[in-house]
Design a protein around this ligand. Structure first.
Ligand code: VGL
Ligand code: ZN
Length: 203
């Protein structure tokens, strides 16, 4: 068992983000045994779940003539378009059946507002609405967060950046994550280091 002032945060370990899923992250399934083992080191384990309505505007299918991975702008925000993924209640939105979930204390869902994407488990991409996660963690006296999950260059990165902004000591466990794009991840990693996030390979 671990230290009661620290928590493991598992981001978006859902079927759609695993190989074979609609937005499969290469090697995403390789980290599941590692994340399962890590859980025994923590008293507090929190997870997030990407949880979109079927017509979410981050889906390329909602924009005539646009393809996944193109970018568009609305409401003043630049948005990368994705294949349909993590639709509320679908198999793709479920956690992988290989992931140990019995010790997860709370699950924060995000991306429910059709008009705005939410990479971070703390806020939507416009920082308009909170998920309540930082209040929850602070209420428990948690000061240190260790991030794992998918994808390293999107939801794990944005979550870690918000965590440090919220005043948590923030660790990013490289062995517990995989990226969509290597180039994107290297940029994200540089920014995390500049902000004071500690990148560790293992816990
Ligand atoms: C994610 C793209 C779109 C993620 C979620 O979990 O990294 N990426 N929605
Ligand atoms: Zn999403």
């Amino acid at each position: 068992m671990g230290n009661t002032s620290e928590a493991l945060v598992i981001i978006d370990m859902q079927n759609d983000f695993l190989p074979g899923g609609s937005l499969g992250v290469p090697g995403g399934d390789d980290i599941i045994p590692y994340i399962n083992d890590l859980q025994s080191e923590f008293d507090w384990i929190i997870a997030s779940q990407d949880w979109h309505p079927h017509d979410h505007l981050s889906f390329a299918s909602q924009h005539t003539g646009k393809n996944p991975f193109e970018e568009v702008e609305w409401d003043g925000l630049l948005q990368k378009l994705w294949p349909d993924h993590c639709i509320q209640g679908s198999f793709g939105a479920e956690f992988s059946s290989a992931l140990k979930t019995g010790s997860i204390r709370a699950i924060f869902r995000k991306g429910m507002n059709r008009r705005i994407d939410s990479y971070s488990c703390f806020y939507d991409n416009g920082h308009l609405e909170t998920t309540g996660m930082s209040h929850y963690l602070r209420g428990l006296g948690i000061e240190k967060l260790y991030f794992t999950g998918l994808a390293a260059d999107f939801c794990v990165y944005f979550s870690a950046m918000d965590a440090i902004k919220e005043g948590f000591q923030t660790y990013f466990i490289e062995n517990g994550t995989r990226y969509i794009s290597e180039e994107g991840y290297l940029k994200a990693k540089k920014q995390m280091i500049e902000r004071g996030i500690k990148i560790i390979s293992d816990f």
